[in-house]
Design a protein around this ligand. Sequence first.
Ligand SMILES: Nc1nc2c(ncn2[C@@H]2O[C@H](COP(=O)(O)OP(=O)(O)O)[C@@H](O)[C@H]2O)c(=O)[nH]1
Ligand SMILES: [Mg+2]
Length: 243
Amino acid sequence: MKKMIIIATYNEKDNIANILAEVYKNVPDVHVLVIDDNSPDKTYEIVEQLAEEKYQGQLFLLRRAGKLGLGTAYVAGFKWGLERDYDAIGQMDADFSHNPKYLPQMFETLETYDLAIGSRYVTGGGVVNWSAKRKFISRGGSLYAKLILGIPVNDLTGGFKCWKREVLATIGVDELLSTGFCFQIETTYKAYLNGFKIKEIPIIFEDRVLGQSKMSGGIFKEALLMVLKLRSQRDTFIRVKRK
Ligand SMILES: Nc1nc2c(ncn2[C@@H]2O[C@H](COP(=O)(O)OP(=O)(O)O)[C@@H](O)[C@H]2O)c(=O)[nH]1
Ligand SMILES: [Mg+2]
């Protein structure tokens, strides 16, 4: 199984070298695509240098013109992966909230499932160092989406996932409705609606130690409405009749 991971970065100069080292330590043969939105702190320069000097042929950089958002970064990464011969495509944050030690298990899961989700909300999973408010928003958001969409997945808002290429090819990453917070919900929902098998792997999610979160308020209200919109368009998302 040829594997790659997409890491989106915006001002992650303090994290990027360390997270890459941990990723390759855990999955030595993996390819990594970093999508950097022209970070003011020049994260991309560190990636360029590592790609040339340390991880030749295994590390790639897609540098975009400016901050275009996490959802569109992943879409660009999915397309990059689909255009190449990867069988498994992962996505994770650069800030160590998504611990690379879970990657081997997540990729192994793709031998029997189509989508592996690093999940905070199954037995054995959890969150540390988050404020009560942030916990409530995340847990509540996942629960709300789960109930409205009627899907048996507990962590719908997390961004630590590994996909079989077939899933991404089927759901149509070019036609996603959401770019913000809901992006994670929408992709998992569409995988589910198309009959793909989803497995949640328990992870302990730790809040970032270095750098700053780009999460902002206002996103939440938009997400509540987007979930309703996704539900109302449910039938149009079904692309395949699976055996
Ligand atoms: N390329 C790109 N990466 C982003 C953007 N916004 C956030 N990120 C990255 O996405 C990941 C998650 O963002 P973060 O700020 O940690 O959000 P939080 O975990 O929800 O607080 C991190 O690796 C960020 O550097 C963006 O607009 N473009
Ligand atoms: Mg984070």
